[in-house]
Design a protein around this ligand. Structure first.
Ligand code: HEM
Length: 386
């Protein structure tokens, strides 16, 4: 089996993982990553096959890298298999269903109009912190319904949880106190009586009262709402602005015909995947591309690499909204496919509509990458607009 000593979590790899992904895809359909005791799947077909075979590729022993964190977060929705997963996901996904999104669409569109009008009026802004953060922060903090201290700290806590999804490197260690604070908040402060009774978090406790799931799952399921809903979408919105700044012909296309918006969202997520990987554990011996992996092996599913596999996407580095790549893996697939994707698409689409009404061209002034063990994208993107 091909092997590689590459560190997918070095600062260089977090900023620009693409040369490494190219190398891994060329090495083979499965590559042993000696530094992290992982087997990586860098190509599209194998990642997709793994995502749709939960019996062999289990999430129940965690989907991260570090054994300690995998043990600590065992049992959250993301880190479970059916039938437990099915029960939790049914409750968790209730307010995130497509039909429920229609109810909050007017509120999201109004927020999008408000922020875009203000920023475009200024002519220059940071697309990451001023544009992209606004909607997820306004919407999620209100809908989850946490006590005020939680709303103020959500972004910091969520970023910390993403950082501990990598190996126990410096970023991981530095984030541990925030993770502990978040866990304590979830169990001690985000509790009935202190939650907004109309919010998603309070509804978890009501579902537990009705016997739909165990009570002890409520605090960790609250984490399922906060952790994956902020930075993911913030990075994705920022990427859209950068990609359209770099590809004005594609922006012209979208401005003329708004039916390209859903395809532009998919193409941006394919090309710049905010969550570059999760992992699974093999429940039995399994053969991939002629290589037999042992039961118990941890297998990294490299979504960011699979989405740039030329076997699936010809000329994969080109941003082409007419490609319509609805089969991309940026939201995962199968049992664990992103339960918040309708919300993410709604937020991204609402902002694109407003920007398309008002912006002819974006120009990038400067940018700074986000360095995080579990996420990839830009922490700052200063742009001017005409
Ligand atoms: C562009 C934004 C987003 C991206 C790229 C993204 C990405 C992903 C990915 C790749 C997975 C699959 C995990 C796996 O394979 O094990 C996932 C699952 C999940 N996402 Fe998202 N996500 C986004 C937005 C959101 C939002 C807005 C929410 C809102 C709450 C959310 C909540 C979740 C939850 C709870 C899961 C776990 C589902 C399960 O295990 O059944 N995500 N997301």
């Amino acid at each position: 089996m091909p092997s590689s000593q590459v560190d997918l979590f070095s600062e260089r790899a977090r900023v620009d993982p693409y040369p490494i992904y190219d190398e891994l895809r060329e090495l083979g359909p499965v590559v042993r990553l000696t530094r992290h005791d992982l087997y990586a799947l860098p190509r599209y077909e194998e990642v997709r096959a793994a995502l749709t075979d939960w019996r062999t590729f289990s999430s129940a022993r965690g989907v991260f890298v570090d054994p300690g964190i995998n043990a600590q977060l065992e049992g959250i929705t993301l880190c479970s298999d059916p039938p437990d997963h099915t029960t939790m996901r049914a409750v968790l996904g209730r307010p995130l269903r497509a039909d429920r999104m229609r109810e909050i669409t007017p509120r999201i569109e109004a927020e999008a109009r408000h922020i875009v009008e203000e920023l475009v009026g200024r002519g220059r802004f940071d697309a990451a912190t001023e544009l992209a953060e606004h909607l997820p922060m306004a919407v999620v903090s209100e809908l989850v319904g946490l006590p005020d201290r939680g709303r103020d700290k959500m972004l910091e806590w969520a970023a910390a949880i993403w950082n501990v999804q990598g190996p126990a490197n410096e970023r991981f260690v530095a984030s541990t106190p925030s993770v502990e604070e978040f866990m304590a908040f979830a169990t001690e402060e985000a509790v009935p009586g202190r939650l907004d009774p109309q919010g998603w978090a309070a509804h978890l406790y009501e579902a537990a009262d009705r016997g739909e799931m165990p009570h002890d799952k409520c605090p960790v399921m609250m984490l399922d709402y906060v952790t994956p809903s902020l930075d993911t979408t913030i990075l994705a919105i920022t990427n859209l602005v950068r990609l359209f700044a770099d590809n004005p012909d594609q922006w012209d296309l979208l401005r003329v015909d708004r039916s390209w918006i859903p395809h532009a969202i998919n193409e941006s997520l394919r090309l710049e995947t905010p969550v570059p990987q999760f992992s699974r554990v093999l429940t039995e011996e399994h053969e991939i591309g002629g290589v037999v992996l042992p039961a118990g092996a941890r297998v990294a599913l490299l979504y960011g690499s699979a989405n740039r596999d030329h076997r699936q996407y010809p000329d994969p580095t080109r941003f082409d909204i007419t490609r319509c790549p609805s089969d991309h893996l940026a939201f995962g697939r199968g049992e664990h496919v992103c339960v918040g994707m309708h919300l993410a698409r709604l937020e991204m689409g609402a902002l694109l509509e407003q920007l398309a009404d008002r912006v002819h061209r974006f120009e990038v002034v400067s940018s700074r990458p986000m360095i995080n063990n579990g996420l990839r994208g830009l922490a700052r993107l200063e742009v001017t607009v005409t």
